[in-house]
Design a binder for this molecule. Structure first.
Ligand SMILES: *[C@@H]1O[C@H](CO)[C@@H](O)[C@H](O)[C@H]1NC(C)=O
Ligand SMILES: *[C@@H]1O[C@H](CO)[C@@H](O)[C@H](O)[C@H]1NC(C)=O
Ligand SMILES: *[C@@H]1O[C@H](CO)[C@@H](O)[C@H](O)[C@H]1NC(C)=O
Length: 546
């Protein structure tokens, strides 16, 4: 059963301390939507529960554990397949108005085809949605977040045009099952990762590592599949169900290495067209189709590389261009970090394989290790201005679409006293607020992530959560970090309070003492770990007894 939750949502996200704060505090718009996110493979576990079949990530982690930083897999992970009630409690504790999660295709349709629909899989997400609605939390559902059924990968996955009707079948089923209760949908999470990282590089499953060709086939089919789902939603569901549908693109911000160099500024613009424009231009621009610079560069390079007159980037027909253009009710953007960019001279490979996406883009990226603080991930450095620049770019490039930040967050290597994460959110949210004040239409912000999760090839080594998860305990105990309290305060008050830096509370301290030895230094023998944790517990007892 669905009851109109949006008005209720406005109530819970509206400022509670209006009138008491007469200070300079800058405030987010009253109806701003706050949320936290997760994704199915990263948290659910239950990899073979009930009739679930393998996804491409099950296969990658089981057959090539050496490709994962800690040789782990997400067979159990945070066990959200069984602990979803606790997850919903956490979203509630954070005062978030929305919870963004994704649907596992092989859990719902194990073989990828309609002939086998899993009752248990359908029920799992149905229960989760009902539980969220019970607390007036609106579900934001990602239909595809990297979890392709392995059976479909064996047909070529996203490089096979057959994926278009198959994805549409999967989407139709979930819209029928959940659309009465879900009002915010995104079709696909991070197409750039789905295509380039998975087909061009050996980074994400299925790890094709085949640069320069299949990623563009993937992108072509993905855009058509996305458009078909949005048309189906608009034609058959939207009026009755009253929700909205979009897509989540992702990019780092390419900051010109030398801002005074026209060539570096051009490289920055080209990087934006390749990372965001590849998918953004066909959907959000006035005329549709791939960005001109992408079409021309890849056509020219293909010719030079003796591919003949057919570009490695497939062409859309005029009809397809019209069919794809305008297929989003909002622009979802995932953003974490920035890079310094400079041009890769036309005939210089820049160390990239020829052909490859990076060589086609003609941009060389590096990090600012001097001015941008690091994190728990080598690729992630803190540069809040990049968030502002990115939002302004989308605003200008696509005629001021409504934007929802669907992911933003930072990693560390563990611990509950995550003041670096607090600083990151304060600074990045401040950049979002700057963009809003400069006229960018941003209606929501969904932080990554609700809890520590399986971070793909980084395994469990990088932590992005507001909640710590004890991956060694059978209960997968969740404990709020300092950042959870700060983010809850932001959601509740609609403001950033730079002075709010709470200290660890007693029950959190107990968790730290019990868990840290095991977590901080995995090379220690377990006997040593046990001795240390017992001595810490002893010390704590002495303190308490005094
Ligand atoms: C592609 O080649 C054409 C013809 O040589 C040239 O005019 C154009 O500037 C090139 N475009 C790009 C983006 O390199
Ligand atoms: C790049 O190299 C190709 C083949 O070696 C050549 O035909 C082309 O003119 C060169 N382009 C530039 C801009 O130097
Ligand atoms: C943002 O975009 C939405 C959807 O187009 C529109 O309804 C709303 O009025 C816009 N808000 C602002 C502040 O421009």
């Amino acid at each position: 059963m669905w009851k109109p939750i949006l008005p209720a949502l406005l109530l819970i996200v509206s400022p509670v301390c209006l009138g008491t704060h007469v200070s300079q505090t800058r405030r987010f718009p009253n109806d701003f939507l706050w949320g936290v996110g997760s994704s199915s493979y990263q948290i659910e576990g239950g990899w073979n529960a009930d009739d679930k079949d393998e996804s491409i990530w099950d296969v990658l982690t089981h057959t090539h554990p050496e490709k994962i930083a800690d040789q782990s897999n997400a067979d159990i992970s945070a066990d959200s397949y069984h602990r979803w009630r606790r997850d919903v409690q956490m979203v509630k504790e954070l005062h978030a108005g929305t919870y963004r999660f994704s649907l596992s295709w092989p859990r719902i349709m194990p073989g990828g085809y309609m002939n086998h629909v899993s009752t248990a899989g359908i029920k799992y997400y149905s229960n989760l949605i009902d539980e969220l609605l019970r607390y007036n939390i609106t579900p934001t559902v990602t239909i595809y977040h990297f979890e392709l059924p392995q059976k479909l990968q064996e047909l070529g996955g996203w490089t096979n045009p057959e994926i278009i009707p198959l994805f549409k079948d999967f989407a139709r089923l979930v819209l029928e099952m959940y659309g009465d209760r879900v009002k915010i949908w995104t079709t696909i999470n991070e197409p750039w990762h789905v295509c380039e990282h998975a087909y061009g590089l050996d980074y994400m499953a299925p790890s094709y590592n085949f640069p320069g060709i299949p990623a563009y086939l993937c992108g072509h089919n993905l855009l058509k599949a996305h458009a078909e789902v949005v048309h189906m939603y608009r034609d058959h569901f939207q009026k009755r169900q009253g929700g909205r549908i979009g897509i989540s693109l992702d990019t780092s911000w390419p900051e010109p290495r030398n801002p005074d160099s026209a060539e570096d500024r051009e490289a920055s613009e080209r990087a934006m067209q390749f990372y965001v424009g590849w998918f953004g231009h066909p959907i959000f621009s006035k005329h549709g189709n791939y960005p001109k610079v992408m079409i021309e560069r890849i056509r020219n390079l293909s010719k030079e590389q003796d591919f003949g007159i057919r570009s490695r980037l497939p062409e859309f027909t005029t009809e397809e261009i019209h069919r794809i253009r305008g297929t989003a009710d909002f622009f979802g953007i995932n953003h974490y970090t920035s890079n310094l960019v400079t041009s890769n001279g036309h005939n210089n490979t820049g160390g990239f394989p020829v052909p490859s996406f990076n060589h086609d883009m003609g941009v060389v990226e590096s990090q600012n290790e001097v001015d941008w603080p690091g994190s728990g991930s080598v690729w992630l450095r803190v540069y809040p201005k990049g968030m502002y620049n990115l939002l302004m770019w989308i605003h200008r490039e696509y005629n001021s679409p409504e934007i929802i930040v669907t992911e933003n967050g930072v990693s560390d290597r563990g611990g509950l006293e995550d003041y670096a994460r607090v600083d990151y959110f304060n600074k990045y949210l401040s950049a979002v607020l700057d963009a809003i004040e400069d006229g960018v239409n941003i209606s929501g912000y969904i932080a990554w992530s609700l809890m520590d999760s399986y971070e793909w090839k980084a395994g469990f080594s990088e932590k992005f959560g507001f909640y710590h998860v004890d991956f060694t305990s059978p209960q997968r105990t969740r404990t709020p970090k300092i950042s959870a309290r700060v983010f809850a305060q932001i959601c509740k008050t609609n403001t950033i309070d730079w002075n709010y830096r709470p200290k660890l509370e007693q029950e959190q301290k107990l968790v730290v003492m019990a868990q840290h030895p095991a977590e901080e230094d995995q090379s220690r023998s377990s006997a040593a770990q046990e001795a240390i944790s017992w001595s810490l517990m002893g010390a704590l007892l002495l303190v308490l007894l005094r």
